[in-house]
Design a protein around this ligand. Structure first.
Ligand code: SAM
Length: 246
């Protein structure tokens, strides 16, 4: 009897401690994250002419509010994690600006059942935002160190619906194709033909195109039901290059 009472006591204590522990961990960043979201809302308003809308889908903003960006940047940059700008993640690469992550996600117009391919895992942040919106995300990274640390981070944070792979994303991920949506987070000289092939009819791709030294444009590519493409230049952007030999 005493044993049972002790067990009940321990159980109640755990229940009480979990929310307290969560609050303590979240508090220093929660307000910063809220203020970042307000900044994104404002940025979207001021760029509505390019985006052809003055606010992003609510689901996208909710996803952005859930992902702890401070856990995707190196410790030395944690305090800057909720500034609306890209940050270094090592290996000469960056985690993208949150506003750009938000608009690229929004442009994909995702449905929960969509199968999504990301090229350029980097820190895993964009993959986590996508994973808040769809059941399955496949993400490819060409730098081994980034791929392994992103995979570990995503696992630790409970993103079991993201699978990462080391490889050149220019060629896509044939085994899981076709995809409803493809997002490329490094600038390509042209839209990689293998990615076009791996996009489902009715599917959408968001990709920055252009060289390092020239203006790059974020493109929204849609594959029509008959297999033809429509392409819209959304806005000028600046991304690290898509590397590899093609
Ligand atoms: N999405 C990332 C995030 O949320 O942290 C940021 C991506 S960073 C701007 C671009 C990433 O693309 C880098 O990590 C880079 O190594 C990767 N990359 C460049 N070329 C690639 C390729 N051919 N295939 C796969 N990944 C590539």
């Amino acid at each position: 009897m005493v044993q049972r009472r002790t067990l009940v006591g321990v159980f109640v204590l755990i229940l009480l401690l979990i929310p307290l522990g969560r609050l303590a961990a979240a508090e220093p960043y929660e307000e910063l994250r809220r203020s970042l979201l307000r900044e994104i809302i404002e940025n979207v308003r001021t760029t509505s002419r390019y985006l052809k809308k003055s606010s992003l889908d609510e689901e996208v903003m909710v996803a952005m509010s859930k992902v702890p960006r401070h856990l995707f940047v190196p410790e030395a940059y944690r305090r800057q994690a909720y500034e609306n700008r890209p940050l270094p993640i090592g290996q000469g690469q960056t985690i993208s600006q949150p506003y750009i992550v938000a608009i690229m996600t929004d442009l994909l117009n995702l449905d929960p059942s969509d199968l999504v391919l990301e090229v350029g895992t980097g820190s895993g942040y964009q993959a986590a935002v996508l994973a808040e919106l769809v059941n399955r995300v496949y993400s490819m990274e060409i730098i081994e160190k980034l791929q392994s640390s992103a995979a570990e981070r995503l696992k630790q944070l409970g993103y079991t619906n993201v699978e990462t792979r080391l490889g050149d994303g220019y060629y896509g991920w044939e085994e899981h194709a076709p995809f409803d949506a493809i997002i490329v987070t490094a600038a390509a000289g042209q839209i990689p033909p293998p990615l076009i092939r791996q996009l489902k009819p009715g599917g959408r791709m968001v990709i920055p195109v252009g060289s390092t030294f020239m203006t790059q444009y974020l493109l929204l590519v849609e594959k029509r039901r008959d297999g033809s493409l429509s392409t819209r230049q959304v806005l000028p952007v600046r991304f690290v290059p898509l590397t590899g030999i093609h």
